[in-house]
Design a protein around this ligand. Structure first.
Ligand code: PLP
Length: 398
């Protein structure tokens, strides 16, 4: 009955990750999957999360379904985290927010919602992109296109080109923007560039879909939300997906949020109803355990303070590794410009290594980097960074 169906090739990143685990190389280094590892190479269990879970475990509670839109305390906390605790639109109830199944679930529900609202609109996604952006929007029936983003020559943003392409889009087009720590390049617009870009969104009546999967991993939780808050200040109607996978180290618990900034409380109420309808059609209601723990961490003053320190620590470690890689490469490869390690932000850095160089890194040195040349920086630590920079020097110095 299903013989005619095309075989799913699998996700190339997960495939490479599996190859890494099969490799017997004694000094192998995994820089493939976007997971934050601590300096010991472990995915951390945050102490704020541990305490919240211990408290909840004292008296296990029944597990009814959550409402389609998720826990009210969770949704409130998402709004404060994304828009800032004192933002007037929160008081005015102009933001429709749901608890989502990770950032991916937020993108899917948001894509379904936008397609329902504007069935003829199409979406423009950065080039290069997180591949799943194309898949998710296509899966929701939205045609996808790309806008210029990264310049491999200068290893920086093609800002002028991006601006002129956005200026030429049809009205009511959707534009996928990364709030911070762009995946895969690590290159973000500066605050000044965001302030030039936002009026274009407004003038062209473009609908921004902001993906904020790495809030707190760039410059700070508030700083990383600069673009979102500037769009809100400019009075735009737009959509934001946020994720707790990275900043709460909560990958498998599938916790995120979807917020739609509206013009009025009535509009937000109607939008919330449509988001709930999209949730009902997709998965009915979000996960209770992760939702409750996330809400506890964000809403309890002590746990929240501990979490802020833990996010800052993860961010500091990423910055340290970036600086260290840059410093070591400067010594080992004096002619090579490795400043991109410190100019790019967040989990990812784009090396520009060729397929052949990546193959040598993998086969000779056991250093695994995905085909685009994107490194997941937290795979590096004080024990393997010297080995990694030696391997880079071997490949690039050849
Ligand atoms: N958006 C981007 C840019 C990502 O890199 C990721 C995860 O890697 C996501 C969204 C999805 O996040 P989640 O794992 O919470 O579904």
């Amino acid at each position: 009955m299903f013989e005619h169906m095309e075989k799913y090739a699998g996700d190339p990143i997960f495939r490479l990750n599996e190859a890494f685990h099969r490799d017997a190389h004694p000094q192998k280094v995994n820089l493939t999957v976007g997971l934050y590892y601590d300096n010991e190479g472990h995915i951390p269990v945050l102490s704020s999360v541990k305490t919240a879970e211990q408290r909840r475990a004292v008296e296990p509670a029944p597990r009814p379904y959550l409402p389609m839109e998720g826990l009210a305390s969770y949704r409130d906390a998402v709004q404060k985290l994304v828009f800032g605790p004192d933002y007037p639109a929160l008081r005015d109830k102009r933001i429709a927010t749901i608890q989502s199944v990770g950032g991916t679930g937020a993108l899917k529900v948001g894509a379904d919602f936008l397609h329902l609202a504007y069935p003829d609109s199409e979406i423009w996604i950065s080039d290069p992109a997180w591949d799943n952006h194309h898949s998710i929007f296509q899966g929701a029936g939205v045609r996808t296109h790309t806008y210029s983003y990264y310049d491999p020559e200068t290893r920086s943003l093609r800002f002028d080109q991006m601006m002129s392409e956005l200026q030429a889009l049809p009205r009511k087009s959707f534009v996928l923007l990364h709030a911070c720590c762009h995946n895969p390049t690590g290159v973000d617009p500066s605050p000044e560039q965001w302030l030039q870009l936002i009026p274009v969104l407004a003038q062209r009546e473009l609908i921004a879909f902001v993906d904020m999967a790495y809030q707190g991993f760039g410059t700070g939780l508030d700083e990383d939300a600069f673009a979102v808050r500037a769009m809100a200040d400019a009075g735009l109607t737009f959509v934001v997906a946020n994720s707790f996978s990275k900043n709460l180290s909560f990958y498998g618990e599938r916790c995120g949020g979807l917020s739609v900034m509206c013009a009025s409380a009535e509009e937000a109420d109607g939008v919330l109803g449509q988001l709930k309808a999209a949730v009902r059609r997709n998965y009915s209601s979000p996960p209770a355990h992760g939702g409750q723990i996330t809400s506890d961490v964000l809403n309890d003053a002590d746990l929240h303070a501990a979490w802020l320190r833990e996010v800052a620590e993860m961010r500091r470690r990423i910055a340290f590794v970036r600086k260290e890689a840059h410093g070591q490469l400067k010594t080992k490869l004096p002619g090579y410009d490795s400043s991109y390690f410190v100019k790019q932000h967040g989990m990812f850095t784009y090396t520009g290594l060729s397929s052949q160089q990546l193959q040598i890194l993998r086969e000779k040195h056991g250093v695994y980097i995905i085909e685009s040349g994107r490194i997941s920086v937290p795979g590096l630590n004080t024990r393997n960074i010297g080995y990694f920079t030696d391997a880079m020097a071997d490949v690039l110095g050849a």
